[in-house]
Ligand binder design. Structure first.
Ligand SMILES: [Zn+2]
Length: 444
């Protein structure tokens, strides 16, 4: 068996065979073939959003990708326009309005850049896409797979979370790796939570502190994506596994997955925020929110700031609440000002002939793994072996190339390992990931 030179996402011959059959997966394969043609046409490029000068309320526009991968897609609704009738479009409209309002009314900030940049949001991205992310210029939301995840536009705090990644990019620009990456994640949860509590009119004491509540479909044993008050307790389900978040430095997870566990260790600063907000009392966005915003946008926090450095910046910005904020950090095992960055150690390599592929990251911080024994027989193994031969598995990963909440893929084979952010996957890497992680789509 040989793979033609135009082979991309998944070996086309496998897809075409299933697409032409009566197999239950035929429709899905036809859709994947169409998507592959889009990739070949180079349409999945990241296009810059248009920035406009500040004039009253910052402008926003919601586009639809119509289940394709072209960004930003076709405009459906803009600021000031009536509801469209498309639930995802209208959820995004409500969410961005509430988010811009929080930043403008409480923190006196015009849009994510502070200059009133127009916000571009794309919904219905790809098919069954289990994620939402900020790609450096715009917000992107998938519809979810319809089995585990519903639409990522549904929880308003998910939208506030993604928008805050943009604010962080234009302020402290915390490096998306290790402790600074976990802080990048945490401040997105903190201000996403401020959006949610302000919309619901809840005080810190009344709030449930659940991030992404309502994103899981019925039948999944999950309350939310994350619980800021009790990290590690948001879900425990046979399909999803158990919420891996930690809420104390003594449980800090040292890993190379997910940019150094950014969605796992973010539970530590998340809990410090929840404890501080509750101790200060009243409205979270007004109390702890103002202090965290001052830290994020002040000179004390820079790209490489660790937990202790960020803690010190919040204590410095806390005024009369300095003791409460210091106590909150101490409770989660962080001593403000005394930095000690935990170095990441490389993960173990795959043994023998087994090829392992891991998809990590995503707003849910969920790891999906798959493996193929390349010494075995079969069409899938053949295809995987052919792709492995063409991929450089000794290339050095580039953490700075990672986008907030975007998926990363790690390929391990014969003691070699490479991690690549989704938008930088080569066609061969994309095809290999699909083959190993979604074998049902190709092998039937
Ligand atoms: Zn995030």
């Amino acid at each position: 068996m040989t793979l033609g030179p135009r082979c991309t996402f998944v070996p086309p011959f496998l897809l075409e065979r299933i697409a032409a059959s009566d197999h239950a997966a035929a429709d899905h394969c036809r859709a994947t073939l169409a998507r592959d043609q889009e990739f070949r046409a180079g349409r999945e490029t990241l296009q810059p959003a248009t920035a406009v000068p500040a004039a009253g309320s910052p402008a926003w526009v919601v586009d639809t990708a119509a289940n394709g991968s072209t960004l930003p897609g076709r405009v459906v609704r803009a600021a000031g326009q009536a509801a469209s009738g498309d639930a995802s479009v209208d959820e995004a409209a409500v969410g961005i309005t509430a988010t811009l309002s929080l930043y403008a009314d409480v923190y006196d900030r015009a849009s994510y850049d502070g200059q009133g940049a127009e916000v571009v949001l794309t919904v219905h991205y790809e098919q069954g896409y289990d994620n939402a992310f900020w790609n450096g210029t715009q917000l992107v939301f998938g519809d979810g797979d319809g089995k585990i995840f519903g639409s990522f536009t549904k929880p308003i705090d998910v939208l506030g979370h993604e928008f805050t990644h943009a604010v962080t990019q234009f302020t402290a620009n915390l490096t998306y790796q290790g402790q600074s990456g976990a802080l990048n994640e945490s401040v997105s949860d903190c201000f996403g939570m401020c959006v949610k509590q302000r919309v619901l009119g809840q005080t810190a004491a009344q709030a449930d502190w659940l991030v992404g509540e309502g994103i899981f479909l019925p039948g999944i044993h999950a309350r939310a994506l994350r619980d800021m008050a009790n990290p590690g307790t948001a879900y425990d389900d046979p399909t999803l596994g158990r919420d891996p978040q930690v809420g104390s430095m003594s449980d800090y997870v040292d890993t190379t997955d997910d940019n150094g566990g950014v969605h796992t260790n973010s539970g530590i600063p998340n809990r410090a925020f929840q404890l501080a907000a509750t101790a200060i009392g009243g409205d979270t966005w007004d109390g702890a929110g103002r202090i965290w915003y001052a830290a994020l946008t002040g000179s004390g926090v820079t790209a490489g700031t660790d937990f202790a450095g960020f803690a010190a910046a919040t204590v410095a910005a806390a005024g009369d609440h300095a003791d409460a904020v210091r106590q909150a950090w101490t409770t989660v095992g962080v001593t403000p000002g005394a930095g000690a960055t935990t170095a990441a150690s490389p993960s173990g390599s795959a043994a023998g002939q087994v090829l392992r592929v891991r998809r990590t990251g995503g707003i849910a911080g969920r790891t999906v793994e798959g493996s193929v024994d390349l010494s075995a027989q079969g069409a899938t193994t053949e295809a995987a072996r052919s792709l492995v031969d063409r991929i450089d598995l000794s290339a050095v990963a580039e953490p700075e190339g990672s986008l907030p909440d975007a998926f990363s893929y790690t390929f391990e084979y014969a003691g070699r390992c490479v991690t690549v952010p989704r938008h930088r996957l080569t066609d061969d890497q994309r095809a290999l990931a699909a083959l190993v992680l979604e074998p049902g789509d190709t092998a039937g």
